[in-house]
Design a protein around this ligand. Sequence first.
Ligand SMILES: *[C@@H]1O[C@H](CO)[C@@H](O)[C@H](O)[C@H]1NC(C)=O
Ligand SMILES: *[C@@H]1O[C@H](CO)[C@@H](O)[C@H](O)[C@H]1NC(C)=O
Ligand SMILES: *[C@@H]1O[C@H](CO)[C@@H](O)[C@H](O)[C@H]1NC(C)=O
Length: 440
Amino acid sequence: MPANQHRLPRFTADVPWQRWRQLSQRELTIAATAAAIVFFLLVFSPFPKPSRTFGGTNVIASEAASDWVPFTPSSNAQQNSAFCLDGSLPGYHLKRGFGSGSNSWLIYIEGGGWCNNIPSCSARKETRYGSSTYMDKRDQFFGILSRHQVQNPDFFNWNKVKVRYCEGSSFTSRPDTEFQNGTELFFRGQLIWDTLMDELLTIGMSESRQALLIGCSAGGLAALIHCDDFRDLFPKDTDVKCLADAGFFPNEKDIAGNHTIESYYHDVVHLQGITKSLNHDCVARSGEPSKCFFPQEFIGNIKTPVFLVQPAYDFWQIANIFAPKSSDPHGSWRKCKLNIFNCNSKQLDVLHGYRNSLLRTLNGFQKKPKWGMFINSCFIHCQTWAAGRWHSPTSPRINNKTIAETVGDWYFEREAAIRVDCPFPCNPTCVNQDLTDSDG
Ligand SMILES: *[C@@H]1O[C@H](CO)[C@@H](O)[C@H](O)[C@H]1NC(C)=O
Ligand SMILES: *[C@@H]1O[C@H](CO)[C@@H](O)[C@H](O)[C@H]1NC(C)=O
Ligand SMILES: *[C@@H]1O[C@H](CO)[C@@H](O)[C@H](O)[C@H]1NC(C)=O
């Protein structure tokens, strides 16, 4: 294990989330993980950002050793030439299931944005999101990945695989020509995906009676894009479903009226040769293939049952899609983007507008059979991998149901699982993130 396993940016030292009263060691670890993700989003986000420097802080984890899951490099990647952006080998963390979960498989795709041009992909190559060289060689499983029933009532004993993200296309890139302009960036996302799925089938996944494909953020988008192909890996009588956590990125104009995310996705799709991996019906009907990187354009074509966990006030979307720096030259959104309690009433009205738009977009999908959603009104991003958000006495609820309970109701078809929250700030169970100290 590398010595810097828990080396985290300075802002994790004084965990500023007062709502997380009396932090236990476990919660601290979760906070640190969350901070690491926030750190990624802020530092490696391809969108413009202020420059800043970081020191380091060690956070000690006290979790039982058995919750640590080692990294397994793919054994077929070398022969398939399925490389991370930098040419290193991709891989995953596998925790075997037990008891009644022995023939059930949950595949969890890590998130971490995308890259849209040669400089941003070259920079990514030097991080754990572009190279397994920089990855921690073990990881702790929480939330939907936890093997503890109290934390994870329905999936605790399943086989669990966390697929590491070491390229920049949500596992979809496959350009016709590579190494444009001598840059030596391996755009092999689709090949990595195919290689890893083949490998998992040979080590037990083919025996699945039940399977769930899930991902967070860019991994959530990957779970949607690959959903039907994943379903086709199994026999007809296997129960297969897909879940996107904070993976529903809407095609919205920013507050200045610019198409920031649309032009960003255009660049991602064309740089990395993603078109062939996108839904063919969608590509055929939309003039521009990159539109089919937006879930709203292809989710109606997905045949497999889908569940969306999506905060209506997703802080990543607010910072990068709705109010990116280019749309806010005077910085009047800067504080609001870091803490929703800093937003003035005009800004909140704008955010409510984005929520209304999301609900309108999702309205058409609520009636699809066996679909489900948990759309809460918290200022947060991914929620399934953290114990304090997934299922605990203090996690976010809608109609008194946690995300874990709602996802279980959906997967096992116990009851209808469409849960949509009232607008912010109506829900006192929200875990709202305060990113203020991360802006140094
Ligand atoms: C490669 O270089 C050419 C000419 O400088 C440029 O037009 C093109 O956009 C570059 N390709 C990439 C992928 O950056
Ligand atoms: C965004 O829109 C404004 C005007 O609405 C324009 O002046 C500005 O150049 C645009 N920014 C970008 C990055 O397109
Ligand atoms: C909410 O659910 C918990 C169990 O998860 C239960 O103990 C509690 O009574 C419920 N509260 C309400 C108001 O229904």
